[in-house]
Write a protein that binds this ligand. Structure first.
Ligand SMILES: O=C(O)CNC(=O)[C@H](CS)NC(=O)CCC(=O)C(=O)O
Length: 295
């Protein structure tokens, strides 16, 4: 097993941090520059944040700029994959699904492309972010997004088995446990966290998910001013299965890199086998909790 051979080359991953605006051309220029840089540096997979394609300044603009998976945007990323020979996690594409005509809402879709530009996985965000913190944060994702219907099984990549999630999903440990039970070694949370919630919760949540699941956690993030009324927290990072932050982006646009050491992951799991210690016989009532009635 290559992963356990001492001194074996460990796969390098790259995490992108960008400031998407309503300008799709400019966003593609920024992302493609970072992807090329990651490939040149030898990364086998590059992770882009939620809304890497654009952040609209209002609902109408967001809907009008959305595309299908067969559209121009994804074609360009598929060509880039072939040109650079790199895997891409495109974490949160504004997707017009097959029900666009009837719903006039989109999906927040996380795509995984292989170096041939083939779509190896799609996950549509299941936990939508509808949050109102008076005077500070107002997000109404449900106004323009349909919730995804399922969690998808982790996908094999040269860095390990990748479990797909998006941003606000990070707050639901049930999902990270489900993905881990399905074999995930790397959990991905491409995000566009607000500054208010990010400064309070971001790193704590990412490290908690890594410690609980004993997975690598990869979180590419939006940073800076996306438009007049929206700023993002940044702090893209990689956390190892022991909960240690092993890479983090600086302020502004950029990349950070980490080596994935699956032998280390298996050692952590072997030495502290929390998965085997789980008391599934006790959690039934909690796991089966329904949404409480509205106040
Ligand atoms: O709207 C788009 O174009 C892209 N999507 C987003 O920015 C999403 C939904 S509004 N943002 C979040 O989920 C922030 C979560 C967050 O900040 C938290 O959980 O604290």
């Amino acid at each position: 097993m290559a992963a356990t051979t001492p001194g074996a080359l460990k796969p390098l991953i790259a995490v992108c941090q960008v400031t998407s605006t309503p300008d799709k051309e400019q966003n593609f220029a920024s992302c493609s520059r970072l992807i090329r840089e990651a490939a040149q540096r030898g990364a086998c997979i590059v992770f882009l944040p939620e809304a890497f394609d654009f952040i609209g300044s209002n609902t109408e603009e967001t809907l009008s700029m959305s595309e299908t998976l067969e559209g121009e945007q994804i074609h360009r990323y598929a060509s880039l994959a072939r040109e650079c020979g790199i895997w891409q996690s495109l974490g949160g594409f504004h997707e017009r699904g097959s029900n666009w005509e009837s719903t006039r809402r989109i999906y927040n879709c996380h795509l995984l492309l292989n170096p041939q530009g083939h779509l190896m996985g799609t996950y549509r965000k299941t936990h939508l972010c509808d949050v109102e913190l008076e005077g500070r944060v107002s997000l109404k994702e449900r106004n323009f997004t349909n919730p995804g219907l399922e969690i998808v099984p982790p996908i094999s990549t040269p860095a390990g088995k990748v479990g797909l999630a998006i941003c606000y999903d990070l707050r639901f440990p049930e999902m990270s446990l489900a993905l881990t039970q399905e074999g995930a070694e790397i959990l991905t949370y491409p995000s566009a966290f607000t500054v208010t919630t990010g400064s309070a919760h971001w790193e704590v949540l990412l490290r908690a998910r890594a410690i609980e699941t004993q997975c690598y956690v990869v979180a590419a993030a939006q940073t800076g001013k996306n438009h007049e009324r929206r700023s993002s927290y940044g702090h893209s990072m990689v956390v190892d299965p022991w909960g240690c932050v092993i890479a983090q982006c600086q302020e502004g646009l950029g990349l950070c890199y980490a080596e994935i050491d699956l032998a280390y992951l298996h050692r952590v799991r072997q030495e502290m086998p929390v998965a085997a210690h789980r008391r599934a016989d006790l959690y039934g009532r909690v796991a089966a909790l329904r949404n409480p009635p509205a106040p």
